[in-house]
Design a protein around this ligand. Structure first.
Ligand code: GAL
Ligand code: MG
Length: 991
């Protein structure tokens, strides 16, 4: 085919209608805004004939289209072309406006029937096509458009014939718009959103804008209309949520203002919507209206005059089986999960979502930063080094002005009537230049009621100092460390937003609590958006139907960014990651604090009184057993206020006494079933420290030397100590061997995604774990001595942990006391090499036989917990099987540890091995070795070790957010240099 609009920077669309606000009209007297069951809509979704061509020049409308492809879909999900995941790099040469000659093209065709009448005009709508499309009706060229995530509308009336018609669409993988769509995602193509024909009267309301303002007890609703054909008489009714008429008016003009007394305002917690019914003689438009204001007072972000916090996430359209296609059900599922995890804000990173998405956010209550379909990050790496100087190449270049402006214009015009949209965002990571200014200008002219956001403030060298960023309404940053974030909060003149923070890749993010503390500490801190909502991956299934997730590099791509797309709060199938549970509790609606013997609740909601939203349920436990419980319902507590909780607790003496307050959804909510816990606080009320009580035994214990060490025997056990390894290599209880391999000292972990740089896997560093050889440590023992009494054998074994090439990492004096009961007291006096900044972990690992499947522990659970990631966990006694303790990350890594454990027991049918200490430790029990986790790149490649690997760690370094943000904070790293680790190891025959 011989069209070339897709390589012309000045032509971004041909024959499209001017942009308009999104709505779906219906016939007079009807009351729907849905595309389904609506006689004004002919939905063209469904099966289309499809022909795939490796290049546009080969493509032909006449060619045979023997394949069938569903619309909406991405053709890569159906075996055409192949997947490629790149973060910011351009997958094509940086040579705008030109794109490769081998430009894959899909020709889509189908027929449909219409009945032509004088009175009706037909508008063809495409809501999302990547990257651009040429449209033909009955063989005639209709038009062209680009901007993948925006609507293109064509008046096709002159192209139609009565009866059957054939539509053909040529979709290209690349166009000059590709240079403005370098978002971090799989690069997929095709018609991925709805396609439909609207049947409309010759004269109709083409575009309307609804704006609300509030004065005292009254709301003004102002309408602006753009009539098509001729000025129309328009009648408007506004109904409240109960269907009562609250305002009405009529006009032939292009404006109208109605008022509502005592309006109920919209906010994310109480998303009250009115219904608008706009009638012209031949058509009706039904829409919803939310009345709210958004403003900034000084640096405080206000909705309806009340300060709010954005507890946000960044969301991409990404599904493992449907690619970019998000059905209504999929969107609702995302929103439901978000609601249930206390998320109240979404940044539509980095493009407008499907129009319905905003209606759902209106309805269910979410604040939205609506972002333009724009990112030119690839310019950064287009000249070799990743140089900030190249960032703004396109925003600086006047040739791109048309395209840049077009993108924000489409964004604002389409979504202008959605109350959920608080903030417009120009786009992401495109740098700053003359075109940015032009775009801002256009956005301001289209809408002055929202705030304006843009994070990317890098300039080309000749523009340095030329622009002021004062034109933006919020101060926005990505991934600052805590210190920087706090400084920004202290100095911000405008509301401060972290448009991205807490990179949720793999096991993490750590230190979410600290960021949330800052949000609440500073009134100018409006909150932040975790990067990101979901893992991007493509699913395939093994022979038994188990899902296997693929990421960058799995499709033979030359350029790719590996698993960097697998960085969400939920797995691709929307199973929550433990990071989401962490976020949930950081964003909990109530904070309870303790002052002496009293407990104070603070309502962290911005609008709802506690008594309308939540019941506080408390439980008092000792050693994980419930002692008392109660609930506090109807507790009046206005937003942002604090009051003492009425509570009378029984006095419990002793250790492991914990009081937990849970915040439970009271009434049934469309997305949250009544009774759902939305978070908790927990307090340690113990009056004593836990102590380790070793079983008393008067039985004798003896030791005798063997070729490799010492055999220590008691009545029902025999343990063998290996003097070369410095640990026990056999543990026989009641005649049964419990060890599959000798125990070991352990200072390494399977690197998490957040460790990749520190570990030396993602880049080279002289001080990386790899270059230090921490992963290769083993024990070098010195002279072992053994002391014996009647009831106790003491083994003293000095040793070092060494690796080839490396100086010893630490020296350890290991003292093991074995008692007649079979109890072993382990005491390690450790001295770590001073120049090692920190260790991934320090502890010992045991390889129990694989039948040790059951685990009971008293520590932070029920899911994995780390020094800087346990806000979503609480202390109690938990039971789980070893497979249940495993977190199956798509990219295998350290997982399933439990922080602050006082006791854990692993058992099989015959024996229970308990480990306990007066100094809480971290433990992990897994079917996989850390070597296996480190060696494999996909979850489905993992091989079980054939034993139960039990790590008992004095400390485990936290997880941080280092894959794209700050590494684990100093205080959460294993930095100690001199310490004693003591614990008891108690194998016992089960009775
Ligand atoms: C940011 C970018 C996101 C994503 C993230 C890393 O710089 O805005 O789109 O790439 O980094 O996951
Ligand atoms: Mg980017």
């Amino acid at each position: 085919m011989n069209y070339n609009y897709h390589q012309d920077l000045q032509i971004v669309r041909v024959n499209t209608m001017p942009d308009r606000s999104y709505y779906i009209p219906c016939a007079p007297g009807k009351a729907t805004s849905s595309k389904e069951n609506n006689e004004s809509v002919l939905l063209l979704n469904g099966s289309w004939q499809f022909a795939y061509y490796p290049s546009f020049s080969e493509a032909s409308l006449e060619g045979n289209s023997d394949s069938v492809l569903p619309v909406p879909s991405n053709w890569q999900m159906y075996g055409f072309d192949k997947h490629q995941y790149v973060n910011f790099d351009y997958p094509i040469p940086y040579n705008p406006p030109f794109v490769p000659k081998e430009n894959p093209c899909g020709i889509y065709k189908r027929t449909f029937s219409v009945e032509l009448t004088e009175e009706i005009r037909f508008y063809l709508n495409f809501e999302g096509v990547d990257s651009c499309h040429y449209i033909f009706l009955n063989g005639a060229f209709v038009g062209y458009s680009q901007v993948s995530h925006s609507t293109a509308e064509y008046d096709v009336t002159p192209f139609l014939r009565d009866g059957e018609n054939e539509i053909a669409v040529a979709v290209l993988k690349w166009c000059d718009g590709t240079y403005l769509e370098a978002q971090d995602k799989f690069r997929m193509s095709g018609i991925f959103r709805d396609v439909y024909l609207l049947k409309r009267p010759q004269h109709h309301v083409r575009h309307y804008v609804v704006q609300t303002s509030i004065q005292q007890e009254c709301a003004a609703i102002s309408f602006k209309f753009d009539d098509f054909g001729q000025a129309l008489n328009k009648s408007i009714k506004i109904l409240d949520a109960a269907g009562r008429l609250v305002a009405e008016g009529e006009t032939c003009d292009d404006t109208l203002c109605l008022t509502i007394d005592h309006p109920v305002l919209w906010n994310a917690e109480q998303p009250y919507l009115y219904q608008m019914v706009l009638d012209t003689t031949e058509e009706r438009i039904v829409d919803t209206i939310g009345i709210r204001t958004i403003s900034a007072k000084g640096n405080v972000l206000l909705v309806n005059g009340q300060s709010i916090k954005l507890k946000g996430v960044n969301r991409h359209d990404s599904y493992p089986d449907t690619g970019y296609v998000a059905s209504l059900e999929q969107m609702v599922q995302d929103l439901q999960l978000m609601k249930q995890h206390n998320i109240n804000a979404i940044r539509t990173s980095h493009y407008p979502n499907a129009p319905e998405f905003y209606h759902l956010c209106d309805e269910y209550g979410f604040y939205v930063i609506d972002e333009g379909d724009m990112e030119t990050h690839g310019a950064w790496s287009s000249h070799g080094e990743r140089e900030d100087d190249w960032y703004a190449l396109m925003h600086h270049d006047p040739r791109f002005e048309t395209a840049v402006v077009d993108r924000v214009q489409r964004l604002v015009t389409r979504d202008i009537n959605r109350p959920c949209v608080l903030i417009w965002s120009l786009g992401n990571e495109s740098g700053f230049g003359v075109n940015t200014l032009a775009a801002i200008d256009v956005m301001r002219n289209l809408d002055s009621t929202r705030l304006l956001h843009y994070e990317s403030k890098l300039l080309v060298p000749e523009d340095q100092g030329k622009f002021s960023f004062d034109i933006l309404d919020v101060e926005s940053y990505m991934y600052p460390d805590l210190e920087t974030a706090e400084k920004l909060a202290q100095e911000c003149k405008k509301p401060l937003i972290l448009c991205e923070f807490a990179h949720a890749m793999g096991n993490g993010p750590g230190s979410l609590t600290e960021y949330y503390d800052l949000f609440y500490r500073y009134s100018g801190f409006a909150g932040g958006f975790v990067w990101e909502w979901c893992d991007h991956a493509i699913v395939q299934h093994d022979a038994s139907g188990n899902p296997q997730y693929l990421y960058g590099g799995d499709f033979g791509e030359v350029l790719h960014d590996g698993n960097f797309c697998v960085d969400g709060l939920v797995y691709p199938d929307r199973t929550p990651h433990t990071g989401l549970l962490e976020l949930k509790n950081c964003a909990r609606p109530v904070h309870v604090t303790r002052q002496g013997n009293t407990f104070w609740a603070e309502n962290k909601l911005d609008f709802a009184d506690l008594s309308d939203a939540l019941t506080i349920v408390w439980t008092l436990e000792q050693s994980g057993t419930k002692i008392a419980e109660g609930s506090i319902a109807d507790f009046n507590l206005a937003p942002h206020t604090k009051a003492q909780l009425p509570l009378s607790l029984p006095q419990i003496d002793g250790s492991r006494v914990y009081l937990k307050f849970e915040y439970v959804q009271m009434a049934e909510h469309p997305l949250i079933p009544a009774g759902t816990s939305l978070g908790f606080d927990q307090f340690d009320l113990s009056t004593e420290k836990s102590s380790v009580i070793l079983p008393v035994s008067h039985h004798a214990v003896t030791a005798r030397q063997t070729e490799t060490g010492w055999l220590v025997c008691g009545e029902a056990f025999s343990y063998h100590f290996n003097t070369t390894l410095g640990t026990f290599d056999s543990c026989v209880v009641d005649g049964k061997e419990c060890f599959a391999h000798p125990a070991e000292f352990d200072i390494y972990r399977a690197p998490t995604d957040n460790d990749m740089i520190e570990a030396g896997i993602a880049s080279y560093s002289k001080r990386s774990w790899k270059s230090l050889r921490l992963d290769a440590a083993y024990a070098y023992t010195y002279e072992t001595s053994v002391e014996q009494s009647n009831t106790c054998v003491t083994i003293i074994c000095p040793l070092s942990l060494v690796a080839d090439r490396a100086a010893p990492f630490c020296t350890i004096k290991a003292v093991y006391k074995v008692y007649g009961s079979g109890a072993v007291e382990v005491k390690l006096h450790v001295s770590v090499r001073k120049d090692l900044a920190y260790l991934p972990r320090f502890g010992m690992r045991y390889f129990l036989t694989e039948d040790f499947q059951n685990c009971t522990y008293f520590g932070y659970g029920p899911h994995e917990s780390y020094a800087d990631k346990h806000a979503g966990c609480y202390k109690s006694k938990f039971h789980a099987t070893v497979p249940e303790l495993f977190e199956n990350y798509i990219y295998p890594q350290e997982n399933g540890s439990h922080y602050d454990t006082e006791e854990c027991t692993l058992s099989n049918a015959a024996t229970a091995i308990k480990v306990c200490s007066t100094t809480p430790f971290s433990f992990c029990a897994s079917e996989y070795t850390r070597e296996e986790l480190a060696a494999k790149n996909h979850h489905f490649e993992l091989q079980k070790s054939g034993c139960t690997v039990l790590n008992i760690d004095y400390a485990m370094t936290g997880v941080g957010s280092g894959s794209c943000g700050p590494y684990t904070l100093e205080q959460y790293r294993m930095t100690e240099k001199e310490f004693v680790f003591d614990y008891a190891f108690l194998p016992q025959k089960k009775s």
